[in-house]
Design a protein around this ligand. Structure first.
Ligand code: ACO
Length: 337
């Protein structure tokens, strides 16, 4: 799906939350046969956050959501749509979004979770945009977050070193000018087996056997995912820019999914985006799946990089296999009443 956005709808609040516990590469090398040197060289990751035992996804989402709503000046009760992009909701049902709606006092909100792997946040932002543009919602809260530490095999060095926990949130509102210019979303289900969680769904329900076979943990073909990621980060960005009549040179801030610094560098080189325009925090958080782009957005804002009128390109990719980009002309003009 590729479309130009023609409503004046923007992000008016950003919030992020990462658990306090920091796990360094050296900590991991005590658990498995790996090293700080290997992880930094192959991924750029130096440390990641891991949720406390009593923290589920909604516990990470709540502080992020509260911060985003505060920045937007939107009381929880005014939110009429909540979308939580995640593959690690508190439980299969109820949705994390319904739990969040209750905690925020968003009694009038439609609330649901969305599953698109690490691309979830971009899908959810596009959906939120569409609901506002169609007049079906006025103030949307979009959360991206995951607690991947709960579905990682901590004895598998090929996956455990790559990921971390975290959540971010944005508020979408109508604004007087600027806002989203377009989106590009895609999915190639034939690549699903390259990155998946085999058991716990309706195809292979949880059983003593699935547990013994460690089928409740992330399985990944790293090399294939690497090739896929480098390809779609470039193609998705090029498509959304072309659709919106923009070029790479117009981009002021580039926020790619934070999976691996080599993937980011490769995409930026191919696209021709200079380093100073790229937001990178993978060294501190690892790959937080749906939390990745909103955590990076929050960092970009804290660093003063989201200036009025800046053209911001965001691209995610992940399980599905899926990908998605959004292009936004940043606006500091605030929401319209
Ligand atoms: N520590 C030490 N050695 C390791 C580790 C580790 N953590 N992991 C693998 N190795 C070893 C392998 O066993 C292999 O050893 P061998 O040559 O003796 O067999 C060697 O390192 C090289 O392994 P490769 O898999 O070929 O290493 P590669 O350079 O491909 O890097 C990596 C692996 C980092 C996983 C890379 O393929 C990658 O980044 N892939 C993309 C993964 C990703 O980003 N997934 C998520 C994206 S989508 C989403 O966000 C959900």
């Amino acid at each position: 799906m590729i479309a130009q956005a023609n409503g004046t709808i923007s992000i008016t609040g950003i919030g992020a939350y990462a658990p306090e516990r920091v796990v360094t590469n050296d900590d991991l090398s005590e658990l498995m046969d790996t090293s700080d040197e290997w992880i930094v060289e192959r991924t750029g990751i130096r440390e990641r956050r891991v949720a406390a035992d009593d923290q589920a996804l909604s516990d990470l989402a709540l502080p992020a959501a509260r911060a985003a709503l505060e920045q937007a000046g939107t009381p929880g009760a005014d939110v009429d749509l909540i979308i939580v992009a995640t593959v690690t909701a508190d439980m299969a049902f109820p949705s994390a979004a319904a739990i969040l709606a209750d905690e925020l006092g968003a009694d009038e909100a439609g609330a649901y979770d969305l599953s698109a792997g690490c691309t979830g946040f971009m899908y959810a932002v596009a959906q939120g945009y569409g609901m506002l543009a169609a007049g079906l919602a006025r103030h949307a809260l979009v959360v991206g977050g995951d607690v991947l530490s709960r579905i990682l095999d901590w004895s598998d060095r090929r996956t455990a070193v790559l990921f971390g926990d975290g959540a971010g949130a944005v508020v979408l509102d109508r604004v007087s000018e600027g806002g989203f210019l377009g989106f590009e979303l895609g999915a190639d289900g034939s690549g699903g087996p390259q990155l998946y969680l085999p058991a716990g769904g309706s195809r292979a329900p949880a059983s003593a056997e699935t547990v013994a076979e460690r089928k409740h943990f992330v399985q990944m073909n790293g090399r294939e995912v690497f090739k896929f990621a480098t390809r779609v980060l470039v193609s998705s960005a090029e498509k959304v820019l072309a659709e919106c009549g923009k070029t790479v040179d117009d981009v002021d801030v580039y926020i790619p999914h934070q999976a691996n610094i080599r993937i980011i560098d490769h995409a930026a080189d191919k696209l021709g985006i200079p380093k100073e325009k790229i937001v990178v925090n993978v060294e501190r958080y690892g790959n937080t799946s749906s939390g990745s782009i909103p955590l990076a957005l929050a960092d970009a804002q804290a660093e003063g990089r989201l200036q009025d009128g800046a053209l911001v390109l965001m691209t995610g990719m992940g399980a599905g296999l899926t990908w998605g980009s959004g292009l936004i002309e940043w606006t500091a003009n605030g929401r319209t009443p």
